[in-house]
Design a protein around this ligand. Structure first.
Ligand code: MG
Length: 255
């Protein structure tokens, strides 16, 4: 993978200098450092200011697995787009999909709670209920594996079927019917009439964008991954400030 902050990477970024361009970012592990608990996450003030500066120069979107309400807590007056629940929440035209996702989650909820009680056995494992999807968090990989095994063994209880997306110290449980981050990115490109864009993310859920992107989208994975479909790498989350500085300078030099 090529480093987005290398000479080659900076050449690719030149395509984002002029015209309608969408700048989109994942939240946890991308603009916010990973935390031991989702509630402990913070977007450093300099990064927040840089995102606001960039949003004054071009359309900006935060596309996250967090609920929309949670994102609004971090960005109460954000001038760009906030998209939650892995692409399902925050964009117009999704009402029917959200209704069916809400229904699916209400069917799964009691079974998930029962399964969690069954595989707790001393390990820290807990359920984050985001109304339209769930995330099961644990610092124990074996507990997450056991939980997923319980779910797949008990598949008849989980109809409509769920999609499992591994995260960092977590597993996401999503209805199949809802838009993913790739769908959200496509929608945002249309909505902003952007011909080009960049998406930066660190996790398996961001692969929905990386795998669906055309050559007009600069795709950047935070941290190394052997399986990623992203074209570029940002070596560490700590480098997001450097990338934002480069993007702001680029847009300011726009003709
Ligand atoms: Mg992430």
């Amino acid at each position: 993978m090529r480093d987005i902050l290398s000479r080659q990477g900076c050449e690719a970024l030149q395509s984002l200098r002029d015209g309608r361009v969408l700048f989109a970012f994942d939240f946890d592990g991308t603009i916010a450092p990973l935390a031991s608990h989702p509630r402990l996450s913070r977007v450093p003030k300099p990064i927040r200011l840089q995102l606001q500066t960039l949003a004054a120069l071009a359309p900006v979107a935060i596309v996250s697995g967090r609920s929309l309400a949670d994102l609004r807590r971090f960005f109460p007056r954000f001038p760009g787009f906030l998209v939650g629940n892995h692409g399902a929440e925050g964009l117009p035209g999704n009402r029917a999909a959200l209704r069916s996702a809400c229904h699916a989650c209400s069917v799964w909820r009691p079974h998930l709670c029962r399964l969690l009680r069954a595989c707790r056995s001393g390990d820290d494992i807990w359920l984050e209920d985001k109304v339209f999807s769930f995330t099961v968090h644990s610092h124990s990989p074996s507990a997450l594996l056991a939980f997923k095994r319980y779910c797949t063994q008990d598949v008849l209880r989980f109809l409509p079927p769920m999609r499992f997306l591994p995260g960092k110290a977590s597993v996401n449980l999503l209805p199949l019917s809802v838009p993913n981050k790739g769908n959200a990115m496509r929608f945002l490109l249309n909505r902003t009439r952007a011909k080009r864009g960049i998406f930066v993310g660190d996790d398996e859920t961001d692969e929905d964008v990386f795998s669906a992107s055309s050559e007009h989208i600069v795709t950047v994975r935070v941290g190394r991954s052997r399986r990623t479909r992203a074209a570029f790498l940002l070596r560490s989350q700590r480098e997001i400030g450097r990338l934002l500085t480069a993007l702001i300078a680029l847009r300011r030099s726009s003709r």
